[in-house]
Design a protein around this ligand. Structure first.
Ligand SMILES: Nc1ncnc2c1ncn2[C@@H]1O[C@H](COP(=O)(O)OP(=O)(O)OP(=O)(O)O)[C@@H](O)[C@H]1O
Length: 259
């Protein structure tokens, strides 16, 4: 996939991990939701984050593109601390695509407008070029024929595939997926996972919060198990699913794998 480059912003560090979290702490009031998180995500790596509800997985995702601020520690993206505001923050948000459980498409814009808005407004791409690329991406996720429809006219699976096309339209360096299939009817889950598996195989750097263990087995390089705001253990999917080390992870797996 072509990179847009990073005009006027100096060289990026192509060596080293794409994301580095060091000693990250986050509270919501008295609730300690991220406790000393240390995590690197390498370029081209697919990290699946799993764990019980309320464990801090979404907050971790949101902290990486600064939808949440952190209280302590630091997060580096592409070798630099996360920007706090302005154009640099807008650039971070386009470099780090985000796909949410609830699709988050603009309801009063067509699918084509949803996909082209960012490239036109943030990246300064000409409308004609943005539309051409959007059609390619919509074709790639299997919904080119829906380009002129509004989100409510599409199935949940189609909307989520549109959301992935929208993230891809910014030529992101990474995509964060926060429970992308949790709101879908069961028959639509696989069509979205198939798009994600293809992206993973093409080398997209991804962090995926999900309960889809089949996806983790097939696509993840690493599984990170989080509970009570901490990374309890992390391992390759094979090791994690057959040889979890901690009682908490074993307990969690025994519950979800019997479903
Ligand atoms: N904006 C907020 N204000 C206050 N508390 C919050 C906020 N966002 C999340 N929390 C709380 O922080 C804790 C961690 O939430 P988070 O959504 O990160 O967990 P999670 O592991 O993603 O859970 P789930 O699997 O249920 O989505 C939860 O107790 C949640 O209620």
């Amino acid at each position: 996939m072509a990179e847009t480059g990073n005009p006027g912003n100096g060289a990026t560090s192509e060596a080293g991990p794409l994301v580095v979290l060091e000693g990250v702490q986050k509270h919501f009031g008295s609730l300690h939701v991220l406790r000393d998180i240390n995590l690197n995500i390498d370029r081209g790596e697919v990290v699946v984050v799993i764990g019980p509800s309320g464990g801090g997985k979404s907050t971790l995702c949101r902290a990486i593109n600064r939808l949440e601020t952190i209280d302590e520690g630091r997060i580096l993206f592409d070798g630099r601390p996360l920007p706090e505001e302005g154009r640099a923050l807008a650039r971070l948000r386009s470099d780090v695509g985000m796909v949410f459980q609830s699709f988050n498409l603009f309801a009063h814009k067509t699918i084509m407008e949803n996909v082209t808005l960012g490239p036109i407004k943030v990246r300064g791409v000409a409308r004609e070029d943005a539309e051409k690329r959007a059609l390619e991406l919509l074709d790639r996720v299997g919904i080119a024929s829906q380009a002129q429809k509004y989100p409510a006219q599409l199935s949940g699976g189609q909307q989520q595939r549109a959301a992935i096309a929208r993230a891809l339209a910014m030529n992101p360096k990474m995509i964060l997926f926060d429970e992308p299939t949790s709101a879908l009817d069961p028959e639509m889950v696989q069509e979205v996972l198939d798009v994600m598996i293809e992206l993973a195989q093409e080398g997209m750097t991804m962090m995926v919060v999900t309960h889809e263990m089949g996806f983790a087995r097939r696509a993840a390089n690493r599984v990170v198990f989080m509970a009570d705001g901490q990374i309890v253990e992390e391992n390759t999917p094979d090791e994690f699913f057959t040889n979890a080390r901690t009682d908490r992870a074993k307990d969690f797996l025994s519950k979800i794998l019997t479903h």
